[in-house]
Design a protein around this ligand. Structure first.
Ligand SMILES: Cc1ncc(C[n+]2csc(CCOP(=O)(O)OP(=O)(O)O)c2C)c(N)n1
Ligand SMILES: [Mg+2]
Length: 414
């Protein structure tokens, strides 16, 4: 008798553990900052098995920085990291309000994930290449991008540096080696490996960092990237941000295991799982991976364990598919609160200074917005010329596009 005649074995389609109306709960973490030592830079993948199945942490639940991974940053560096995270959160908050009042067409926040790109970019050298997703705009603050220019891009006005050809938050910042965010998710992962190989071929002291989401890591690009990075020992830092969700899809539909970090071990790449809401752990693992890459030992693969505290985007309503306050139960807490508490615990910061900082940045964002709309707002323009559909792709425009361009000129009213 063949299977199926009598009984059908159902196809396994995982569902999210908690849906709206369910109570939220996460297992309390069993990992502590002192658990894991730093491996040697020339370690082989197997030597990082514990790092991939455990969790690299520096900040404990009381705001103390402990263990081998403590990067011992100066107070100034810690305050700068805190300031950038606060800047990103307030910026996001204001921009979301702009979207809700029709001043932007679309927006995506980094709520709960502010530490990731900020800590990791601070751990790099200025010439290192950044291949982000839409969830790492904070790297631009570290690289010195002007907020007015970021808002002009989000509006798509005449000062938008990509001339309205990208969706909002799909930033490009050439001066900061921040490569254009791609709407088709995942493409940056294998491209980053290619650029890292080019740096190595040219014998430059440049490392590439890239990120991919838990959901997008189910795509081929992720696996091509890992394989090339492994075979050619590319100087690249490959991060999977496991924030539990890919829009409304739980991570358990992107991976059959509960762990994304260990996947790199099969490719022979050292792997770490890191507390994604711990600024110091993120900084430290990235510094280690940069040093390994620089010394010629190749790639590092990192799972950044976090929780997407906000909506996927301005088009999403997470209360329809998950318990609405689930992020409050995340054992990793909030990245800003944790770094702030650490500074306060060591008497380097006060609640009053925090409040003053937030007010200062709020003013900075409001005045940047006012400045940006001088170059055009969403409702009234001015917008980049429709000619930009045809310019800056080909050195000389092919005849068939020239025909379309001429046709457009006959009809346009702008
Ligand atoms: C190739 C491709 N498929 C689908 C989409 C639609 N889409 C945009 S974001 C997204 C979810 C990505 O989730 P994840 O990779 O976990 O990143 P996160 O948004 O959580 O940072 C999807 C499915 C897309 N943009 N590109
Ligand atoms: Mg995700």
């Amino acid at each position: 008798m063949s299977r199926g005649e009598e009984e059908q074995i159902p196809l396994h389609i995982p569902d999210a553990p908690n849906r709206p109306g369910d109570s939220s709960s996460f297992e309390p973490w069993k990992w502590h900052p002192n658990d894991l030592k730093k491996p040697e830079f020339d370690c082989v993948a197997d030597e990082t098995f514990e790092h991939a199945t455990g969790l690299v942490r520096v900040l404990d639940d009381n705001g103390e920085a402990l263990g081998d991974w403590n990067p011992n940053l100066t107070t100034e560096e810690l305050k700068l990291g805190l300031e950038h995270m606060v800047r990103l959160r307030i910026f996001d908050d204001r921009m979301m309000k702009m979207q809700r009042t029709g001043k932007l067409s679309f927006y995506m926040q980094s709520f709960g994930e502010e530490g990731i790109a900020i800590a990791q970019t601070m751990a790099l050298n200025d010439k290192d290449w950044i291949f982000p997703t839409y969830r790492q705009p904070g790297a631009q603050f570290v690289r010195g991008r002007d907020m007015v220019s970021m808002i002009c891009h989000c509006i798509g006005n005449v000062e938008d540096n990509v001339k309205g050809r990208q969706m909002p938050v799909h930033y490009t910042y050439k001066e900061g080696r921040f490569i254009s965010v791609s709407s088709p998710v995942g493409t940056q992962f294998s491209q980053a490996v290619g650029v890292a190989l080019a740096s190595k071929y040219k014998n430059l002291d440049e490392v590439t960092i890239t990120w991919i989401g838990d959901g997008a890591s189910a795509e081929g690009d992720y696996h091509y990237g890992l394989n090339f990075a492994s075979v050619f020992k590319a100087p690249v830092i490959l991060n999977v941000v496991n924030n539990h969700w890919a829009i409304s899809t739980h991570y358990n539909i992107a991976s059959g295991s509960n762990n994304f970090a260990t996947r790199g071990l099969a490719y022979g790449i050292p792997c770490f799982r890191v507390d994604g809401n711990d600024f110091l752990a993120l900084y430290s693992v990235t510094k280690w991976a940069r040093e390994r890459a620089k010394l010629g030992f190749g790639a590092t693969h990192v799972e950044i364990l976090t929780y997407r505290a906000g909506a996927h985007s301005s088009s999403d309503d997470p209360s329809r598919y998950r318990p609405s306050n689930e992020h409050e139960y995340w054992p990793g807490g909030d990245p800003i609160e944790r770094l702030k508490d650490h500074l306060i615990k060591n008497s380097h910061w006060t609640e009053k200074e925090q409040k003053d900082l937030e007010e200062k940045i709020d003013q900075e964002v409001i005045s940047a917005y006012k400045e940006a709309v001088k170059y055009g707002d969403l409702a009234n323009g001015p917008y980049p010329s429709s000619d930009t559909i045809f310019t800056e792709v080909y050195e000389s425009v092919p005849w068939h596009l020239q025909e379309q361009w001429d046709e457009m000129k006959k009809w346009r009213t702008e």
